[in-house]
Design a protein around this ligand. Structure first.
Ligand SMILES: [Zn+2]
Ligand SMILES: [Zn+2]
Length: 224
């Protein structure tokens, strides 16, 4: 019945019958692979490693799978703001396709990186009924063999959406927004987020883990 009232349409090209059509999905994979940059200086860097000349820096690297093109933008905004839960599967599959045959995945697995999502603020979870990024990370963990650790980080403050804010405002917005809830240090941490823009959120979280004696902290995002 719901389908009749609201027929499915591709989030980008509006072709009916799909939440994302096979063409748009394949276009993301074939044509919008991301170029990797150092999270500190934003200049090109192999696989997204922080240049050794840019260390010390809280983040040891950020790996961005796809460019933040108009298609990925449409996909993520329909998923996040129109609550189209069926888009979760294509989003997870895009993560998995991007990680397939990826050297970094082997490195993260070998060095036992703990996978966790950037947490949402509690009321937001309750309102939506689920924490989308947490669900996505859980399945990425199951499918890739990375260990999931989803109870070591929490969000303790409501924040405005980072998009549309200046770098300075973003920093202020997320100041003291996250807290580590585990007692022991986690050796290596891999934080999953949907979009990488200025990296303020991931940097803030990385700083917390480094203060808590983590050795390496990486970020992984779908787009950026
Ligand atoms: Zn389409
Ligand atoms: Zn650099």
């Amino acid at each position: 019945m719901i389908e009749l009232l609201f027929p499915k349409k591709c989030c980008y090209c509006k072709k009916s019958g799909y939440n994302i059509c096979p063409n748009c999905y394949q276009f993301i994979i074939d044509k919008t692979k991301s170029y990797q940059k150092c999270p500190k200086c934003h200049k090109p860097s192999y696989n997204g490693f922080t240049h050794s000349s840019c260390l010390p820096f809280a983040l040891d690297g950020i790996h961005v799978l796809y460019q933040y093109s108009s298609i990925t933008k449409a996909l993520l905004s329909e998923y996040k703001y129109k609550f189209i839960k069926e888009l979760e599967t294509p989003i997870i599959n895009l993560f998995l396709e991007g990680l397939e045959n990826n050297d970094l995945l082997n490195y993260w697995k070998r060095d036992k990186f703990c996978l966790m999502a950037v947490p949402s603020f509690k009321t937001k979870n309750n309102w939506r009924g689920f924490d989308s990024l947490k669900e996505i990370s859980k399945i990425i963990g199951q499918k890739t063999g990375l260990n999931l650790n989803d109870n070591s980080l929490t969000k303790v403050k409501w924040t405005r959406q980072q998009a549309g804010l200046s770098k300075k405002e973003r920093k202020k917005n997320i100041k003291d927004a996250y807290q580590i809830t585990c007692k022991e240090a986690i050796k290596n941490v891999l934080i999953v987020d949907d979009v990488y823009t200025t990296g303020s959120t991931l940097e803030q979280i990385a700083k917390l883990f480094k203060k808590n004696n983590s050795s390496k902290v990486w970020g992984l995002t779908l787009a950026g």
